[in-house]
Design a binder for this molecule. Sequence first.
Ligand code: PRX
Length: 653
Amino acid sequence: MDNLESILSENRVFSPSPEFSDRARIGSRAAFDALVAEAERDFEGFWARLAREFVTWDTPFTQTLDDSNAPFFKWFADGRLNVSVNCIDRHLPAKADKTAIIGESDDGTVTHISYQELHDRVAKFANALKAQGIEKGDRVVIYLPMIPDATVAMLACARIGAIHSVVFGGFSAEALRDRINDTEAKLVITADGNMRGGKKVTLKGQVDKALEHGCPSVETVIMLEHLGGVPTGTSSAKEMTWAEAVDGQPAECEPVMVEAEHPLFILYTSGSTGKPKGIVHSSGGYLVNAAMTCSWVFDLNDDDVYWCTADVGWITGHTYVTYGPLALGVTQVVFEGVPTYPDGGRFWDMVERHKVSVFYTAPTAIRALMKLGDEVPNKYDLSSLRLLGTVGEPINPEAWVWYHQVIGGGRCPITDTWWQTETGAHAIAPIPGAIDLVPGSCTLPLPGIMADVVDDHGKKVPTESGGNLVIKRPWPSMLRTIWGDDERFKRTYFPDNLPGYYLAGDSARRDQDGYIWIMGRIDDVINVSGHRLGTMEVESALVAHPDVAEAAVVGRPHDVKGESIVAFVVVKGDRPQGDAAEAMVKTLRDWVTEQIGPIAKPDDIRFGDNLPKTRSGKIMRRLLRGIAKGEPPEGDTSTLENPAILEQLMGND
Ligand code: PRX
């Protein structure tokens, strides 16, 4: 670490090592350039080739892209497949005994699930879902901890063509209820609870609460007795344990072949407006990019032990835990716990014990573990690692270099992968055997992903200038729509001012080498520990409290979380001060936790008599962002109706 400063100031380029490139799937810049050229020359032919290479089709497709109803693009539309067959059956019998999942629980218990066992468990559970009346197209909500059973549940849905919607276990009953109702799910799969960091987390209790508050579509709740609990719900839904549900079910289940465009899942994510959006993903196109990127960007091979630390509640856990790695038939680690329990060496201890070779995590985790000092990872043998990845937010060069030197021993390439819930899979990321790395840049778009940086009229911006990150042509794993809201899909992602381009919602710049540097969101979305949250979502939660009149929420830079949440609140009646203010802060933090979940809890809540507004009543967020950072208001404040409020919110009066 002594030379950290010099490395940063050198802006050093990290070229792929010959040892890595020699065995890599795509092992040179020339090979990469050839793929880019192929995609440019014959866009559809390129994707058709990959779709045949990475996916096993039950009925081969004859048409690659149907853009006749843009932006509702269709890919491989007359092809049929089953995603669970691609993730399991096609590896059998060859890999029957190969470990698919190494599950490690919070307390360190390890279980190995072979591909054959995975098959049997998925088939039994799929039969159990059928026995509860679940059919192709029905929605099933999965609210489970980060355990192999979550993957089993997802694949069981895929096997029978049911559409799953996984809700992150950290979301509250209210958030869960909203998602159940938006999808009109017939069945909910949950667990009694789980252990994280030595503490018990209740899940079933949240489901009970959600159902008590009204989820009329839910007919059945299946509860995994993970902690040995029994179902206790009082709603009218039928309740059973996982064991009861699968009891007597055969370990064979005929897969339902679905059209390529059949929705595989709905996953909710935050946007600019209040309500989270249900992002709809397809079966065929989604799987093509999931498998292809695991092969190209993670360079996964048969002998790799792969570990992605993301929870299945997020898109990363969908594409890079459940679908991509299993489609390639690799062995992966699934971890239920947290990186700091029983101590900050947990990740590195697991890398050593399971001989992890490819490791994928978020910058927030890297920064948190970096703070504990090099002596922690240095205690472990990390020599099995050969590739490291990051996702979710920009990684600062200091954390990048630490990850590279201290975790990767200077020998592992780092793939900084840019993508989104909406893109379904990596879109901009270095192909590790081919691309020179520069800390802080996600480097170049993948072949076939026509990403660019443009101004508000769709014109390419000059090198080094900031602009809108767009993708100019569709790609197989792109979102298909927002569940139940085609108009919002069009408005949000294909706005009229950009000619048919997908608008990512991020700003970015390109440097002279064409490398892309993500600058941040252009909308009111904040990124807390790699999790997307809409400021309006948190504001809506705050104003739903009976004592709150008005609220405005902004992000503030945070050295571990990336951004933290700061809320400016106007209460009904007098502005609370002293002890009353402290008590109100606690009340509101608890309230937001209940409304959304702990990830949305503001770090800082400030009370004002009102909020800084223009004369036309618009809240001036720019000023609030400055105040949140403790910076005196700069720029134009002349349009402000109530300038004195700035001093008050700064805490100066
Ligand atoms: O702002 C970008 C940021 O995360 C957003 C997508 O969030 P979500 O849909 O929750 O998916 C996260 C996991 C894919 C993007 O719009 N983001 C994601 N990856 C990166 C990133 N920002 C910078 N660098 C990245 N590698």
